[in-house]
Design a protein around this ligand. Structure first.
Ligand code: SF4
Length: 321
């Protein structure tokens, strides 16, 4: 459980693999997707070559982040198998996998649990109004569908990361409703390890012409989120989307305690490069924040993992504390 008055801020030394950029949804703020059939899938050989360059470099988490193949497509099974195989490959090379590949069936989630130490899906916003705007052509963004994913993750005892996307046309009340829903599900299953508060940050590929979420509003949102969410859920903010050092520190003062996966590229926001550890530490240290690496699974969930995953996790806990 995070001790809020401690001066510890965590991050996950991570590398992202993208099985495919193709996605059948068309969120208008997206800077990631390619048209279905227009993004060759990552082969296991290419995945292995990439992963080998990160062995023994301190990288612990392999974030497997994928665009979505439609659940009724004849290519769905192949897509799912590729994600499973990449998770398995990362694990066999000594990394810890964390998959975020959009809504999955209950069976798909159960299978991925055996090769992932945690999984994730942004709830984004619960309000159905966004289905008329930014999510008009994004059937995966139906709020009930995403809530069900969080519930299934709880039933399957999958340590889970979710979050809000801020500034996509919602109201302030919508923020609190979405946070309430996360808190309620966590009170039933106790499985939410982190909530990301991600400010919409326009990129060069998106079709939606809208301003960035004002990062100066973030500390206020974090402070209220800290009141709504149970204390064993950590609040995460992406430091590349809060480029002003003073406001990054204000976010920590308001209750954020994690900076997420830090790696060579933010695949979701490719226009906003991640700062590296040294750059972040230069901001943190003078303000007496202690920046430390963490695993993609929090210690209170270790006993939920299969024995094979527990052994892999224990090795990393010894290596990076
Ligand atoms: S934001 Fe995610 S779900 Fe939406 S189009 Fe992009 S990749 Fe697909």
């Amino acid at each position: 459980m995070p001790v809020l008055d401690s001066r510890i801020v965590t991050y996950s030394p991570a590398y992202t693999l993208v099985p495919t950029y193709e996605c059948f949804n068309r969120c208008t703020y997206c800077n990631f997707r390619a048209e279905p059939g227009k993004s060759p899938w990552l082969t296991l050989t290419d995945a292995q070559n990439k992963l080998r360059t990160f062995q023994d470099q301190g990288v612990c988490e392999i974030l497997i982040l994928s665009g979505e193949v439609h659940p009724h497509s004849s290519r769905r099974q192949g897509w799912f198998q590729r994600i499973y195989d990449i998770s398995e490959l990362a694990l066999s090379l000594g990394f810890l996998s964390h998959t975020n590949a959009g809504p999955l069936s209950y069976e798909e989630m159960a299978q991925l649990k055996t090769v992932n130490v945690s999984m994730g899906l942004m709830l984004e916003q619960l309000t159905p109004r966004l289905l008329q705007t930014v999510h008009r052509h994004a059937p995966s963004k139906i709020p009930e569908l995403r809530l069900q994913q969080l519930e299934w993750a709880g039933k399957l005892k999958i340590p889970f990361t979710t979050g809000l996307l801020l500034g996509i046309g919602e109201t302030q009340e919508d923020w609190w409703d979405t946070l309430d829903a996360i808190a309620n599900l966590h009170s039933c299953y106790g499985h939410i390890q982190e909530v990301i508060l991600q400010p919409h940050s326009p990129g060069s590929q998106q079709t939606w012409d809208a301003p960035a979420f004002n990062p100066h509003q973030l500390p206020e949102v974090i402070a209220k989120a800290r009141q709504i969410l149970p204390s064993d859920i950590t609040i995460q903010i992406p430091p590349n989307l809060v480029p002003d050092a003073n406001w990054l520190l204000a976010c920590l003062d308001a209750g954020a305690r994690d900076l997420g996966g830090i790696g060579p590229k933010d695949e979701v926001n490719p226009d906003y490069p991640h700062p590296n550890y040294q750059e972040l530490n230069k901001i943190m240290e003078p303000a007496r924040w202690n920046l430390v690496p963490r695993l993609p699974v929090y210690p209170q969930y270790d006993q939920w993992l299969t024995q094979r995953l527990q052994i892999a996790v224990e090795r990393w806990r010894k290596a990076i504390g």
